[in-house]
Design a protein around this ligand. Structure first.
Ligand code: ADP
Length: 605
């Protein structure tokens, strides 16, 4: 349960709200207690068949006896002399107290649920912020659904626990305690006996809570799988259809779905057990009390009205404590999501440097850099040294898996070299401030990132203060303006998730427009490998041709792209094999010559 309490402590930040919520719960409980307590005089002193008399007579007697309180004569005069009117007055008082208690209860619920909801929103935001600052390799390795599930679903599970804790348990416990106090006032012996069973209840509840926690953990893991599976298959719907894999996908979904059902049922069975067990125990307790009381009444040591009042108050206490079993269940079930949330918050974020880095205008140097992915037997980049002058256009070519993407990921520090250094104008980027570094770099990936929103929002992503004119200019420079302006709503046209309504080339052009809007000093392009996409090819070639005041590094898969660059780096198995102009390489590098023949596609224009 520790993770749950750890996060629950965050509710203490809004102390005023928390204290008000608790006070209101106590006021509501006090209303109930006073109401119950006033039943005592009603039964024992007004309605008693032999000794009962009116409220006014009772007040006069009390004043005559000279107790601690002297009731003012004016008030005594206003009290009803008639016994029935006395009961009526007490009932009206109980009604008023009930309305006061109900109002306090509403405000308590409102405040505590608001506090729980706001606290969960804070947790969600912290989680999201934290995930944004995690190393890319970590998130990519775990899978995005792992993190989205924790941000969205686990926080919802935790919220149910918070509402159980604050919105329900405080109210029920304070009401139960108030009723218990009244029962003690009426007859303490019966209450002592009733309380003796409390440890049995506690042990039973603990056992059930443990089963629920275990079930909840399994259920969350199974749901996580289902979420990932559904996400992957739906995102890859094109492949599912063209591979006629609908049946396979449906079967895989069924399997994961069945695991969710199995785990959910385990948890629900444990939850379902708690109420019947509690009710059975309660009947046993009440029966034993009745036997005990019957003995005392028959022997004349306990007046019957007292017994009635005490058992009545005990029953109210029992009714208030009863929902606690379910609330404890909710809180127990929230422990597993709390742990999953804390696990993410405990993952270390990308290390950031503190040295300011000015805009690149000299040399970009890679000095003997190597990089191995965690757990990989061989490094993906091996001892690469490369110097690029500002403004130079350099292509990186090589067979699939030769380390091109890995190498260029070292420049914006998406990956940190295992050995060696990356320097910009002589400064090691390892100590540089990440924002200074990344603000001057633009990256266009093979499958560009496009989100649901307008075209303008997509281009301006990352440059929030860009003006409409800046956006148009970037679109023009990336040759995206033509297709954008032909859309019915132009820059305000809303595009679908992942840009599904755009062609590959259009997506690429939007991504290039976004990159150019940043006015980068280093532009990194990763050309689409898909052989049919000559439109993307043209987009990349135009982008390279169009930029002059920036260093361009491009992972090239087309001959036309390579020919746009002054220098070509040839990679194989993580190492640089050669680096020269196209003509020189053609004359001396056999791997380059082979790549030209087999992989670097020459698309006829
Ligand atoms: P290229 O861009 O030339 O196709 P990459 O840089 O993508 O090559 O990959 C180089 C090598 O690193 C490959 O052997 C690949 O399997 C491995 N690799 C790439 N990404 C990861 C990763 N996230 N974890 C482990 N190995 C990886």
């Amino acid at each position: 349960m520790r993770p749950f309490w750890h996060i629950a402590r965050r509710m203490l930040i809004r102390r005023g709200m928390l204290i008000s919520a608790l006070l209101l719960a106590f006021i509501s409980a006090a209303g109930l207690g006073i109401g119950l307590l006033s039943l005592g005089p009603m039964l024992e002193q007004i309605l008693h068949p032999e000794t009962g008399h009116g409220l006014r007579a009772m007040a006069e007697e009390a004043n005559a006896a000279g107790g601690f309180w002297h009731i003012p004569d004016g008030i005594v005069g206003m009290l009803p002399a008639d016994r029935f009117n006395g009961v009526l007055l007490l009932i009206v008082v109980i009604w008023c107290l009930t309305i006061l208690g109900a109002t306090a209860n509403f405000l308590h619920q409102y405040l505590s649920q608001t506090l729980a909801t706001i606290t969960i929103a804070d947790v969600r935001r912290d989680l999201f912020d934290h995930v944004l600052r995690l190393p890319l390799s970590r998130v990519a390795g775990q899978g995005s659904s792992e993190y989205t599930a924790r941000i969205i679903r686990d926080t919802a599970g935790l919220e149910a626990g918070f509402i159980g804790l604050l919105g329900k348990s405080v109210a029920q416990i304070s009401k139960g305690v108030a009723a218990l106090v009244v029962a003690v006032i009426f007859d303490w012996k019966i209450v002592v006996v009733a309380c003796l069973v409390a440890p049995i209840l506690a042990v039973t509840l603990r056992k059930i809570a443990k089963r629920i926690r275990r079930g909840s953990r399994g259920s969350l893991a199974a749901q996580q799988d289902l979420l990932r599976l559904a996400g992957e298959r739906i995102q890859g719907l094109r492949a599912v259809k063209t591979s006629t894999a609908e049946q396979t996908a449906a079967e895989q979904f069924d399997e994961a779905n069945a695991r969710v059902v199995h785990n959910e049922l385990r948890m629900r069975t444990a939850k379902a057990m708690s109420s019947p067990i509690m009710e059975t125990l309660a009947i046993f307790v009440l029966g034993s009390l009745a036997l005990l009381a019957a003995n005392s009444i028959l022997s004349g040591s306990l007046p019957f009205e007292r017994f009635l009042l005490s058992v009545g108050a005990l029953a109210v206490a029992g009714a208030s404590f009863r929902p606690l079993a379910n609330i404890v269940n909710d809180i127990s079930a929230a422990s597993a999501p709390a742990k999953r949330i804390l696990d993410v918050l405990g993952e270390s974020t990308e290390p950031d440097g503190s040295t300011p880095l000015s805009r690149h205008e000299g040399l970009l140097e890679l000095r003997s850099v190597s990089f191995a992915y965690p757990g990989a037997a061989t490094p993906s980049v091996r001892d690469v040294s490369l110097t690029v002058r500002f403004g130079e256009h350099v292509a990186v070519v090589g067979p699939n898996g030769s380390g091109k993407t890995t190498l260029l990921s070292l420049v914006p520090r998406l990956l940190v070299p295992t050995s060696g250094e990356v320097l910009i104008d002589g400064q090691d980027i390892a100590d540089a401030r990440l924002t200074d570094l990344r603000r001057q770099i633009a990256v266009v990936t093979q499958e560009p990132f496009i989100m649901r929103g307008t075209i303008a929002e997509n281009i301006a992503f990352g440059v929030p203060d860009a003006s409409d004119a800046d956006i148009r200019e970037a679109a023009k420079a990336s040759c995206a303006a033509g297709f954008i302006e032909s859309l019915p709503n132009g820059y305000q046209s809303v595009i679908a998730e992942h840009g599904a309504t755009l062609s590959g080339g259009q997506r690429q052009r939007l991504a290039i427009a976004r990159a150019l809007l940043r006015s980068p000093s280093i532009l990194i392009l990763d050309e689409a490998t898909s052989q049919v996409d000559s439109e993307s090819e043209a987009a990349i070639a135009e982008a390279i041709r169009g930029v002059s005041d920036c260093t361009v590094l491009v992972i090239a898969h087309r001959l036309t792209t390579v020919l746009e660059c002054s220098r070509i780096v040839v990679m194989d198995e993580g190492a640089v094999v050669d680096c020269a102009s196209h003509d020189d390489l053609l004359a001396r590098c056999s791997l380059y010559e082979r790549l030209i023949r087999t992989q670097l596609v020459a698309v006829e224009s």
